[in-house]
Ligand binder design. Sequence first.
Ligand SMILES: [Zn+2]
Length: 496
Amino acid sequence: MARPERRGARCPSCKTHSDTPHSTYVRRPADLPAAGRSVQLHLHVRRFSCRNTKCVRRTFAERLPGLLAPRARRTRRLAAAQCAVGMTAGAEAGARLLSPLAMPTSPDTLLRLMHRAPLPAYTTPRMLGVDDWALRKGRTYGSILVDLEAHRVVDLLPDRSAPTVAAWLRQHPGVELIARDRSTEYSRAAALGAPDAQQVADRWHLLLNARQMVERWLTGAHARLRALPEVPGVESSPVRRHASFPRTRSEERAGEESRARRVAAYEEVRRLHLAGEPLLRISRTLKLARATVRKYARAETFPERAVRVPGPSILDPFLQYLEQRHATGCANALALWREIRARGFGGTSRQVHRWLQTRRTAPARSTPRTRCGNAPNPTNPRPNGSLPSPKQLAWLCVQPQSALAATEAAPLARLEQDAEAARVLALARRFCELVRERGVTHGAEPISSCATFEQWLAEARTCGVRTVETFAQGLEQDGDAVRAALRARAPITQPW
Ligand SMILES: [Zn+2]
């Protein structure tokens, strides 16, 4: 139990001092624990009459600003302790932790305390990273500003326009280096807001742009590349299934119908695109996603969906044995299953049954006569091995070659049989190397990456593949920032 000892108090409205008591009441705020037990104060708070006859208040309660906010149910020092725990552990874990520490509270209250805490002060960073972040992906974007030396977010801006970012830069002079993507908005913002700062194209975005360029080219050429034969001897993948198990007939039919719809959409997009209609308008009229319209407009033939190669299965280690047994004439799924179960297979007989279905050349003896006409296709529908999608291939292409597994390198080797593909792949790989290495010594002579970048640029601009030439032109337009990225003692390689 406690009571304030000051004589009188000031009216919060008119600031007139009063020591005319009106009444008292009890406040029971929670306080810091004592000796491991939670503490509740019993504060006898006085109410005074305001002596100022013109004041809007007749009476007022005395305030205890150092200890307790008006109407608060916990003391300031308890709130500070709880907030510190919440900041470190998070709301849910923090609330669990605070209970045995005798400062119990709910996760929601912790969140409220944390939201109310003032933002930490920051100094204007010397090296600033600018990128966009999605409030709602595809719809609303803001800008995120990061101190690249302290690895801390400095500020979030409500949009990604040049004036907003430029205004921030003007209010926070002293930024010496700005790392950004290659959008014109951010480069304009930097030029407007901090004209003296060095602009650097963010290397992560350079790699991203290179991958997107490869993907764009592959999308257009995928149909042609799929016809390329596999390179013999390169694929050293372990025994795996190459196609998924056959689907039911209704699934098959649904798949065919969906493909027909996509082909129709593709033809319509191509027709409108060749007639000179802007992509945005095509996307609106046909109610197709913009990315889809862009993909269709670029592809010279209908881009088939990549066949998903099934992931590893517990059946894989037994495939070789099953093949052998099947070759000797055993087509009894149950018998095969019993045999491999004795060898350690932990799955069900159904898996063996489904595998066997893909191997059958004649309907099983147990199949009813009426369904014999629809026996599964005996020949493997994709003897050539499927090619990964443009997205997957582009990803493989920009990886360091030494990091690729043999199975990952195989589709790339298959692509390289095509002269144009080989040219695109080689240029993309060299560009990625340049971005990754930056000024690394070659042999005894240290060659700056920039010299090699100029060679790369000259080659790429005249390579005869339009997608690559456009990419190179874009880099040339942003040349200073790109060269700075290849030269700089690099601020970043990662998205934040
Ligand atoms: Zn008053």
